[in-house]
Write a protein that binds this ligand. Structure first.
Ligand SMILES: CNc1ncnc2c1ncn2[C@@H]1O[C@H](COP(=O)(O)O)[C@@H](O)[C@H]1O
Length: 701
C-alpha cells in the first residue's frame, strides 16, 4: 500500500526505547557482548523473537535499558527514531520516554533528557521542529519542508509504574522546567500495568494537570476495573490502549470524549486483544470516537506507523479517504501549540498529489468535524461495510491564521463580478436578437472591428479617431453596415469569432480538466484564454479603436466591460469546478454571488424606478439604446482586486501539484485580500453609483 507511505501521519504513542531499530540494538548488544557485560547470543535471540507476552515485553525493556542507557546512546537512538518516523511521512511525533537516573555513569533524569534533546538537535536526514519559542531565543532548524521531509517533534515524559511518588514528582517538575523551552508538552504514565498502584502517581499527575501539562495514561492494558474508572474520572487528555474496558468504562470514556491511542500490533502481540477482528478500534470508529493509530514500540513489535495504518485499512475496510481523514483527525488530539496544529492542517490540506489528489474531491460540506461531534453513535461490535461518513478533508473552518480568523471562515476564491450595476445593465445582455436569430454582442462587435480594420486598410486611413465608437448605440449602428457586407452567418466565420467561440467552449473544457485533476493543463488553458482576451483588448487599443469592445477585457484595467457571456461561462465554469475540487472556498464564491445578485437586483430596481415602472417589453427595459452609458473609469481598488483574483485563481490551480504548506498559507492570505478588496471596491462602486445613478439610469427620450 504505497499510498499509505505518502499519507501524512501523526504519531502520538511511541516509546523511545521501544522504537529502536533492531540493527542498532544488535550492534549495541554486540559491543556490550564484546565487553563481557552481556552474553550476546542470549540477547540476540530475545531481540529477534517476534512473539512475546506482555510480561516478556517488559523483560525485554529491562534488557534494552541495559544496552541503551548512556548519554551517547540515548542521543543516537533519539536521532534514529525521529528520522525513521519522518521517513515514513510522520509529520508530527509525540515521543515519550522515561527520564532515567543511573548514578554509576553520572546520569540524572535531567542529563538523560539533555541527551534526548541532543538527539533531536543531531537529526540531519530530515528537518525537525522540536523546540518552540523560549523566552530568550528561538531554536528551530531549517524546516523548509519543501525539498526535505519535515517533522514536528514534541516530548512526553513518562512515569514508570515502578517509580515512587517522589520520583514521579521529580519527573513532573523536570517536565515543567523543560516545557519552558517548548519541547516537552506533557506526562505519560506507563510501565508494566501489573506493577504499582494508581494512587502512588496521582499526586504527581494532579500536580502536572494543575500546572497545565497534558496527561496521557496507559489505561486498561490489563483488566482492572477500579483503576480504569479512577483513571477516567481523572479525565486525562488522552489514554492509551483501552483493551480491557467494560460497558461502564466505554460509557464514561465516550461521554468524556477522551481520545484513545490505538496500538493494533502491540495489542495483538501482547495478546491484550485475542484477534484483530474483535479489536475495539471498530467500535470506537463506528461511534466516531476520537482515536489515533499509533505504533507503541515499533522496534519491539517490528512494525511501523505505515504498517499500523495498513493493518487498519485491511482489517476494517477503510477506504483511502477514510484513512486520510483518520490520520488528519489526529491533529486535534495532539498536545501541540495552536500554531503547530494550524501548520499540520496546512500540511494535510496540501498533502502530496500522488497519494492524495484523488481524495481531494470530497465534498466537505456534507461531512462534519470528527472531534466536535455532539453525539456518539450507538456502539456496535463490527465495522459497517458502508464506510461511515467522516471528517471533512478540508475543513477550512479550522484554518486559523490569526486570532481574528477564529471568528471568520478563511476565504478562498475569486470574485468574478465587479461591474457596477449600471454597467451591468449594459453589458450583461450578451445575446441580442438580430433579424432571424440571436447573436453574441461580442462576436458582432468583433466583426465590426474586423470590418472597420478592413475598410480602414482599404481606404488607407491612418487614424480612425474620428470614428471612435464609445457607446453601444453607435456600435449597433455600425453593425448594420457590417451586416450589409455579408450577413450574420458569413460574418461569423472569421478568426476573432473562432477565438471567441473557442473561448466559449473553453469554459466547459476547463471544468472537465479541473474535475479530472488536470490542474496544470487547466492553468495553461486559462492562461491562453486570458492572454487571447488581453491581446484582443491590446490590439484594439493599439488600433485606437476605443469602443465597448476596444476596452474589452483588459484584465488589469477592470472587468467592467468584460462581463459578457464568454466571461460568465469561462470564469463561472472555472470557479465552480474549483469549488467542487475544494480549491476555492465556496463561502467566498457564495459571498460574491450574493453580493452581485444584490447589486444587480438594486440596479434592476433603480432602472424600474427610472422608467416609472412602465416599459413595453423586457428588451425595452434592458435596452439602453438612447441612454447615456458612462465611460466608467476603473477604480484603482478594482484593478487591485482584479490582480488579486487572477493571482488567486492561478495559485489555487497550481497548489495541488506544485504547492506546499507555505504556498497554501499565501493562498489563504490572498483569499483574504481578494475578499477585502472586493468589499472595498464594492463600497467604492457603491459610492460612485449613488452619485451617478441619475445620469446612467435615465433613459433619454
Ligand atoms: C507494550 N505496551 C506498553 N505498556 C506500558 N508501558 C510501555 C509499553 N511499551 C513501552 N512501555 C514503557 O516504555 C518504556 C520504554 O521506553 P522508554 O525507556 O520510556 O523510552 C518501558 O520500559 C515501559 O515503561
Amino acid at each position: 500500500m504505497e499510498w499509505i507511505n505518502s499519507l501524512p501521519k501523526i504519531e502520538l504513542h511511541a516509546h523511545l526505547n521501544g522504537s529502536i531499530r533492531d540493527s542498532t540494538l544488535l550492534e549495541l548488544a554486540k559491543v556490550l557482548g564484546e565487553k563481557g557485560v552481556i552474553v550476546f547470543a542470549d540477547v540476540e535471540d530475545v531481540i529477534r523473537k517476534n512473539d512475546r507476552s506482555l510480561s516478556e515485553v517488559f523483560k525485554l525493556f529491562d534488557l534494552i535499558h541495559k544496552i541503551t542507557t548512556d548519554h551517547q546512546t540515548v542521543t543516537r537512538i533519539t536521532r534514529e527514531v525521529v528520522e525513521d518516523f519522518a521517513l515514513e511521512n510522520v509529520v508530527y511525533l509525540e515521543l515519550r520516554t522515561t527520564p532515567k537516573r543511573n548514578d554509576s555513569i553520572g546520569m540524572s533524569k535531567r542529563s538523560y533528557m539533555e541527551a534526548v534533546l541532543e538527539g533531536l538537535r543531531s537529526v540531519s536526514e530530515v528537518d525537525t521542529d522540536f523546540v518552540t519559542e523560549s523566552n530568550s531565543q528561538k531554536i528551530r532548524n531549517a524546516c523548509d519542508g519543501v525539498r526535505r521531509k519535515k517533522i514536528y517533534v514534541r516530548l512526553l515524559l513518562s512515569i514508570d509504574r515502578r517509580e515512587t511518588t517522589e520520583s514521579a514528582m521529580e519527573t513532573v517538575k523536570l517536565a515543567l522546567e523543560m516545557r519552558n523551552v517548548g519541547v516537552v508538552v506533557g506526562i505519560d504514565l506507563s510501565g508494566n500495568p501489573l506493577v504499582g498502584e494508581w494512587s502512588t502517581f496521582l499526586p504527581a499527575l494532579q500536580f502536572a494537570k494543575d500546572n497545565d501539562l497534558y496527561i496521557t495514561l496507559h489505561c486498561g492494558e490489563v483488566p482492572n476495573s477500579k483503576e480504569i474508572q479512577a483513571m477516567l474520572d481523572f479525565k486525562p487528555h488522552r489514554i492509551g490502549h483501552a483493551c480491557f474496558f467494560e460497558d461502564d468504562d466505554w460509557e464514561k470514556l465516550k461521554s468524556f470524549r477522551i481520545p484513545v491511542e490505538i496500538c493494533l500490533t502491540s495489542n495483538i502481540i501482547t495478546k491484550s486483544i485475542s484477534s484483530i477482528d474483535i479489536h475495539h478500534f471498530a467500535d470506537l470508529y463506528n461511534a466516531k470516537h476520537p482515536l489515533i493509530i499509533c505504533t507503541d514500540d515499533f522496534g519491539v513489535f517490528s512494525t511501523s506507523l505505515c504498517n499500523e495504518y495498513a493493518l487498519a485499512v485491511r482489517s476494517f475496510g477503510l477506504s483511502k479517504r477514510e484513512a486520510f481523514t483518520l490520520a488528519r483527525s489526529a491533529i486535534d488530539a495532539t498536545f501541540a501549540e495552536d500554531e503547530v496544529k494550524q501548520q499540520l492542517m496546512l500540511i494535510f490540506d496540501s498533502a502530496s498529489p500522488e497519494s492524495l489528489r484523488k481524495l481531494a474531491a470530497i465534498n466537505h460540506r456534507k461531512t462534519r468535524p470528527f472531534f466536535t461531534a455532539a453525539s456518539a453513535a450507538p456502539s456496535g461490535g463490527t465495522v459497517s461495510p458502508i464506510p461511515p461518513s467522516f471528517l471533512p478533508l478540508f475543513p477550512h473552518f479550522s484554518h486559523r491564521l490569526s486570532p481574528l480568523s477564529k471568528w471568520f471562515v478563511p476565504l478562498r476564491g475569486p470574485l468574478f463580478l465587479s461591474s457596477p450595476p449600471w454597467k451591468l445593465l449594459q453589458s450583461a445582455t450578451p445575446l441580442h436578437w438580430r433579424g432571424n436569430g440571436a447573436v453574441f454582442r461580442k462576436v458582432e462587435a468583433l466583426n465590426i472591428r474586423l470590418d472597420r480594420i478592413r475598410s480602414r486598410t482599404r481606404l488607407g486611413l491612418q487614424s480612425a479617431a474620428s470614428n471612435v465608437v464609445t457607446v453601444d448605440r453607435n456600435l449597433f449602428k455600425e453593425e448594420d453596415g457590417s451586416r450589409e457586407n455579408g450577413g450574420i452567418m458569413e460574418s461569423f466565420v472569421n478568426v476573432p469569432n473562432m477565438i471567441s467561440m473557442a473561448r466559449l467552449v473553453s469554459g466547459p473544457a476547463l471544468w472537465w480538466m479541473i474535475s479530472n485533476e488536470m490542474y496544470t493543463p487547466a492553468f495553461v488553458g486559462l492562461a491562453v484564454s486570458g492572454a487571447s482576451d488581453w491581446l484582443d483588448g491590446y490590439m484594439a487599443r493599439r488600433m485606437k479603436i476605443d469602443s465597448v469592445v476596444g476596452s474589452y477585457l483588459d484584465p488589469l484595467a477592470d472587468k467592467v466591460e468584460s462581463f459578457d457571456l464568454l466571461c460568465v461561462v469561462l470564469i463561472g465554469c472555472v470557479a465552480l469546478a474549483m469549488v467542487q475540487k475544494d480549491l476555492l472556498h465556496p463561502g467566498l464564491v457564495g459571498i460574491v454571488v450574493f453580493r452581485d445578485v444584490a447589486l444587480v437586483g438594486g440596479a434592476v430596481y433603480l432602472r424600474a424606478l427610472n422608467l416609472d415602472w412602465k416599459w413595453k417589453n423586457w428588451s425595452d427595459f434592458f435596452n439602453l439604446d438612447g441612454a447615456s452609458p458612462q465611460k466608467v473609469k476603473p477604480l484603482f481598488i478594482s484593478k487591485v482586486n482584479t490582480v488579486f483574483q487572477l493571482a488567486l485563481v492561478a495559485g489555487a490551480l497550481l497548489q495541488p501539484e506544485f504547492g506546499n504548506p507555505d504556498t497554501q498559507t499565501w493562498i489563504t492570505y490572498l483569499s483574504w485580500l481578494v475578499a477585502s478588496t472586493t468589499m472595498a471596491s464594492t463600497a467604492a462602486y457603491g459610492a460612485q453609483y449613488m452619485k451617478k445613478k441619475p445620469i446612467s439610469m435615465i433613459k433619454r427620450s
